[in-house]
Design a binder for this molecule. Structure first.
Ligand code: CIR
Length: 252
């Protein structure tokens, strides 16, 4: 199952931390988002797209709003106040499929900082996720056998800007933004140094959905015999959104 959310007409007012604001072509962004959803369908996902009602500029980036495990869904408390009203619609939908738990004040946690690989959960210590948020996550999921490890992140928005899983034992990483030493149990593929934003990939259904903008790193993935499907997402990237941000993927 992949949960997505339509792009808000207000996306031009999205949060930006490390990028300069440039005009976003809404129709082009919507076409790229639809192609992303079709890639998920092609990987075997059932895609359910929620609509966006209030002016929630960043609502397409559903990943930040929840952490969905097989046993439970954690509704986050996003690090920026402006994104906190995105949670209600996502929580309402997820309540149909999982017991829900909440990150509570003073904790903050963005789902983009939560990398789940099997029973290992890495949490980025970033501008958006604080120690209280990470500690709450640990308390909520450790009863189910998950280990939660904090990982410092510098130079990028979220942990998953710096590292994502491309298979169950292989991570794609930009070691300039997160220390490779923290992931010693995994095979690591480093991004090409000319493509610092290239560490965010969606691995699902035996393939890797991947931005067309990073051909050098894509070659590295293919050298590791990974089946890569490249799609254009440059319009969403102007809102500082990467591929994983645009869906919540989980088992039904
Ligand atoms: C934000 O700054 O919150 C959005 N403009 C982008 C969020 C991207 N989410 C993600 O990487 N998980």
């Amino acid at each position: 199952m992949a949960l997505t959310r339509e792009i808000s007409p207000a996306i031009q007012q999205c949060q930006l931390t490390r990028l300069q604001r440039t005009p976003i072509d809404l129709e082009r962004a919507r076409a790229q988002h639809a192609a992303y959803e079709w890639a998920l369908v092609g990987a075997g996902c059932t895609v359910r797209r929620l609509d966006t009602t209030d002016p929630l500029p960043d609502s397409v980036f559903v990943e930040d709003i929840a952490v969905v495990l097989d046993e439970v869904a954690i509704i986050t408390r996003p690090g920026v106040q402006a994104r906190r009203s995105e949670t209600s619609a996502i929580a309402q939908w997820l309540a149909n499929v999982r017991p829900l738990r909440d990150i509570e004040s003073p904790g903050t946690l963005d789902g983009g900082d939560v990398l789940v690989v099997g029973r290992d959960i890495f949490v980025g210590e970033s501008d958006r996720t604080n120690a209280a948020g990470a500690a709450q996550l640990r308390r909520l999921v450790s009863p189910y056998g998950y280990t939660v490890e904090g990982v410092p992140v510098t130079g990028c928005l979220h942990l998953k800007s710096a590292v994502t899983a491309v298979s169950e034992d292989t991570l794609l990483i930009n070691p300039a933004w997160v220390s490779a030493d923290r992931f010693g149990d995994y095979t690591l593929i480093e991004v090409d140094p000319d493509e610092p934003y290239a560490a965010n990939a969606v691995a699902v259904g035996g393939k890797v959905i991947y931005p067309a903008a990073f051909p050098r790193t894509r070659s590295r993935l293919e050298t590791h015999h990974l089946a890569v499907e490249a799609i254009d997402v440059d319009e969403l990237a102007k809102a500082e959104g990467a591929l994983t941000c645009c869906s919540l993927i989980f088992n039904m």
